[in-house]
Design a protein around this ligand. Structure first.
Ligand code: G
Ligand code: G
Ligand code: MN
Ligand code: NA
Length: 249
C-alpha cells in the first residue's frame, strides 16, 4: 500500500525521531529515567505522533524494523549523552509483540549494547497488555530479565488479563495507567484500584510508576499512598533530546 511505501522510505531516510519523557522520584526530585516516544518528522506535514502511524507500521510488517531502529537510536543517544558528561539514566522502549518474532532479537540486542558500550541495566522494555503476550514469548522475556533488563507492563489495569500477566510473565515493573490517575479526587473506585496496585507491586517486589500525572492533587495522593515515581505533564512532557541534555546539566 501507499502508506507502507511511505513508512518504508521514512525508515530509510531516518525521518523518525525520539522524544524522551522524564520519570521523577517526587520525594527527592531526582530524574530516575525516561520513556522514549517516537515521532515521525514528516518532510511536509511536520511532526506526527505515533497514534496516527503505529498501527500502520504494524500492518505494513515494519514493526521489527522500527523497533530495532528505536533500540539503536536510544543506545546511540545514551552514549552521546554520556560522552557529554550526563549520568546514564535508564530509558524505556515501547515494544509490540511482533518484535518477538525477530529471530535474532537477543543477539542483536547485546550487539547494539556492546557497540555503544552500555550495560543491560540502562534499558527497560514496556509491554502493553494489549500486545497480547503469548506463552512462547516467555523465554525471551526471561532472558532479558536474567540479564538485568527491566520489563514493565504499560497501561496496567486497562485490559482483561492484568493480574494474570503478573502471574505468568517474568515482568518486574508496573506502570499505572493514566485512566486511573485521572480518577484521583473524583472516583473512589479509581483510588481504590490505585491503592490495590501499589499493594500488589510492593508485595511482589515490583517497581512501580504512575503515568499521566497532571495535578498537585494527584501527586499528593500518590505520595500519600507510597507511589513516589511519577511520569506526567505535572513534571515534564516528552522532550526532544537536546532539552533532556539541558535538564540534566
Ligand atoms: O507519545 P504519545 O503519547 O503520542 O504515544 C502514543 C502511544 O504510542 C504510546 O502509548 C506508546 O505506546 C506508542 N508509542 C510511542 N513510541 C513508540 C515506539 O517507539 N514503539 C511503539 N511500538 N509504540 C510507541
Ligand atoms: O501508552 P503509553 O504509556 O506508552 O503512552 C505514553 C504517552 O502518554 C506519551 O505519548 C505521552 O505524550 C502521554 N502522556 C505522558 N504524560 C501525560 C500526561 O500527564 N497527561 C496526558 N494526557 N498524557 C500524557
Ligand atoms: Mn509506554
Ligand atoms: Na501507558
Amino acid at each position: 500500500t501507499m502508506i507502507a511505501k511511505y513508512l518504508h522510505s521514512a525508515l530509510e531516510r531516518e525521518e523518525f525521531v525520539l522524544y524522551y519523557q522524564p520519570q521523577i522520584n517526587a520525594v527527592t526530585g531526582e530524574m530516575i529515567g525516561m520513556e522514549a516516544l517516537i515521532r515521525w518528522n514528516h518532510p511536509e506535514k511536520g511532526l506526527i505522533g505515533p497514534g496516527t502511524f503505529i498501527t500502520a507500521v504494524e500492518e505494513a510488517g515494519l514493526m521489527i524494523q522500527l523497533t530495532d531502529w528505536v533500540l539503536r537510536e536510544v543506545c546511540r543517544q545514551l552514549c552521546e549523552w554520556r560522552s557529554l558528561g550526563m549520568p546514564l539514566l535508564r530509558t524505556s522502549i515501547n515494544i509490540s509483540n511482533s518484535w518477538f518474532y525477530n529471530r535474532n532479537l537477543i543477539e542483536n540486542l547485546f550487539a547494539v549494547l556492546e557497540e555503544y558500550g552500555l550495560d543491560t541495566d540502562v534499558l527497560e522494555f514496556e509491554i502493553t497488555e494489549s500486545t497480547a503476550l503469548l506463552e512462547e514469548h516467555y523465554p525471551l522475556l526471561q532472558q532479558m530479565r536474567d540479564h538485568g533488563i527491566i520489563v514493565s507492563i504499560d497501561d496496567f489495569g486497562t485490559k482483561y488479563s492484568s493480574l494474570n500477566y503478573l502471574k505468568h510473565f517474568p515482568v518486574n515493573k508496573i506502570k499505572i495507567d493514566r485512566t486511573f490517575i485521572t480518577g484521583i479526587g473524583v472516583s473512589s473506585i479509581d483510588e481504590t484500584i490505585i491503592k490495590s496496585i501499589v499493594f500488589v507491586a510492593s508485595q511482589l517486589g515490583y517497581d512501580l510508576i504512575a503515568e499521566g500525572v497532571e495535578t498537585q492533587e494527584q501527586l499528593a495522593f500518590l505520595l500519600q499512598h507510597n507511589c513516589p515515581h511519577i511520569q506526567g505533564f505535572l513534571f515534564y512532557p516528552p522532550l526532544p533530546a537536546d532539552e533532556i541534555r539541558k535538564l540534566a546539566s
